[in-house]
Design a protein around this ligand. Structure first.
Ligand SMILES: Cc1ncc(COP(=O)(O)O)c(C=O)c1O
Length: 415
């Protein structure tokens, strides 16, 4: 059977496909326990699960809600009441002046990135436009979304060594270059996989750069404020017509509902609305309907501030402690966890690739994500790309500790 060039893109083992497969069926070696430290599942936080379950119960008991949201197609822009609640909540919280024309919903924010990147980059008349990812490592899910030729250009960061087991990436502003073929700049903040949070000064710099070049700045806020608010350092958030801000209900605890949110100037929202109609008729509205009361009265923010943020902040502290214990005296560093749900580990003296380490760990029951997938658009031979892995720190504490011990054991034999 012959597939198109577009079809063949999806048959070659995309990194995000491998990651999601591992997440769905993490069977490794029969008879040995599995420590699932891969994937991007959020933590199971009792108060959060309970709050959403209650909401679902209330929703199901109100017959009119159900018939309005689920027995008919919604508009292609997304659930209108939920959009109105988001507009009011965000304007009240940040003093923005969003209108309902500035928000569209998508089937998860991954789906939003497929649409946004193909909307802005690729063949553009006689030119070929690209997306600048100003600081790799960057989110694995961007890598394979282009329908045509590769569309990403990215750049190495500056590495600050904080102590012998801790480091942090910083934007290399000195070598950042926006060439004429760049049509947007994009960053995840907090960053998946590293847990880095670009500082306000770094974001201001990128914002100015984008405006000077008359291109949008896309900020992927899947872990950011005001929800789910998985941030451990002070940082502000701004929006104006040149910024495209994406949010998601996934890391709030609802990845199964596939609900993404895009905040942008109306021209972009109109285009996404049309794309939603073509690709999905309309985006999923069931979850938007269920959680809408919590956004309308702002109680979702209290849940984030009282339960989600403290859980992950404590987990970041604990994970660093477990890491320092397991990897004492080994050539291993962790990126400072400023946000998100991961620990990004760097083994500067490792004698094999990250992929080979991933396979060895999988045989011993530890599922992680090899780091080389997180450098979309960085086509150079930087060794660092092969020296890192990503570990999800949202799971069971005992699994993380046991997983660290096994990873440390492998690194001991490989350094
Ligand atoms: C930085 C980042 N952006 C976007 C996504 C996509 O999330 P979703 O499609 O579940 O909204 C993820 C998921 O892990 C992510 O980590």
């Amino acid at each position: 059977m012959q597939f198109s060039d577009f079809g063949n893109k999806f048959r070659g083992g995309a990194g995000i496909a491998e990651l999601m497969h591992d997440l769905a069926s993490p069977i490794t070696t029969p008879g040995i326990p599995v420590y699932e430290l891969g994937g991007g599942n959020p933590a199971q936080i009792h108060e959060i699960n309970h709050a959403f379950a209650q909401q679902l119960h209330d929703y199901a008991n109100a017959q009119t809600n159900f018939s309005q949201s689920s027995t008919r197609y919604g508009p292609p822009q997304g659930h209108q009441e939920f959009i109105r609640s988001l507009v009011s909540m965000l304007n009240a919280h940040y003093g923005w002046s969003l209108t309902e024309h500035n928000i569209a919903l998508t089937n998860g924010s991954q789906n939003a990135f497929f649409m946004l990147f193909n909307l802005l980059a690729g063949k553009c008349g006689s030119e070929f436009k690209k997306i600048l990812l100003p600081m790799a490592p960057e989110y694995i899910g961007y890598e394979d979304v282009a329908v045509g030729e590769p569309i990403f250009i990215s750049q190495r960061p500056v590495i600050d060594i904080i102590d012998d087991q801790l480091f942090k990436y910083r934007l290399d502003t000195a070598s950042l270059n926006v060439s004429h073929d760049i049509s947007a700049i994009c960053v995840s903040r907090p960053t998946n996989p590293t847990g880095n949070v670009l500082s306000d000064a770094e974001i201001d710099y990128l914002d100015q750069l984008a405006q000077q070049n008359n291109i949008p700045l896309i900020i992927d806020n899947a872990y950011g404020a005001p929800f789910p608010n998985i941030i451990n350092v002070p940082c502000s958030i701004s929006w104006h017509e040149n910024i495209v801000l994406t949010l998601s209900l996934s890391k709030l605890g609802l990845p199964g509902t596939r609900t993404g949110i895009v905040i942008a100037r109306d021209e972009i929202i109109d285009a996404l609305t049309q794309m939603n109609a073509v690709m999905n008729l309309s985006p999923t509205s069931l979850c938007a309907g269920i959680v809408n009361p919590m956004f309308a009265d702002g109680s979702v923010l209290t849940l984030c501030n009282n339960h989600i943020q403290p859980f992950y902040q404590q987990r970041a502290t604990d994970a660093m402690h477990w890491f320092r214990t397991a990897f004492a005296q080994l050539p291993a560093l962790a990126h400072k966890v400023e946000g998100a749900i991961f620990l990004w580990l760097w083994f500067p003296e490792m004698s094999i690739t990250a992929e080979a380490l991933y396979k060895r760990l999988k045989k011993r029951g530890v599922v992680v994500v090899p780091g080389h997938y997180f450098f979309p658009g960085l086509d150079d031979t930087w060794q660092h790309k092969q020296q890192c892995i990503r570990v999800n720190i949202g799971g069971q504490a005992d699994d993380i500790k046991a997983g660290f011990d096994i990873i440390a054991d492998e690194i001991r034999t490989l350094s």
